[in-house]
Design a protein around this ligand. Structure first.
Ligand SMILES: [Zn+2]
Length: 98
């Protein structure tokens, strides 16, 4: 269960470090951003914290791989079109019977 506190009218999310157990508060907006974007943050003792899931870096890496694969597919298709056009250009006309 998440605990939130209000200090001087600002809302903070209370988190507990998984490693050292220290409780610390961070602005709710920042906590939500870290949760949504899977950004790392740190406890006051410097231990890296993160919400589980796919990070933006992982998503970006996947998109880059997909883009590279799509580009390679495009190049193969373009090469095939060029070869077919050449074959069509050099094709001998059919001589049909009348
Ligand atoms: Zn810690």
């Amino acid at each position: 269960m998440k605990t939130r506190v209000i200090v001087n009218g600002r809302e903070f999310q209370v988190n507990e470090c998984y490693k050292c157990g220290v409780e610390f508060a961070m602005p709710v907006v920042l906590d939500e951003t870290c949760q949504r974007d899977k950004q790392e943050f740190f406890c006051p003792n410097g231990h890296t914290q993160a919400y589980p899931g796919v990070s933006l870096c992982d998503t970006l890496a996947r998109v880059r791989r997909d883009l590279t694969a799509a580009g390679a597919g495009w190049n193969r298709a373009e090469g095939k079109v060029i070869r077919l056009r050449k074959a069509l250009k050099h094709r001998k006309p059919k001589t049909g019977r009348k």
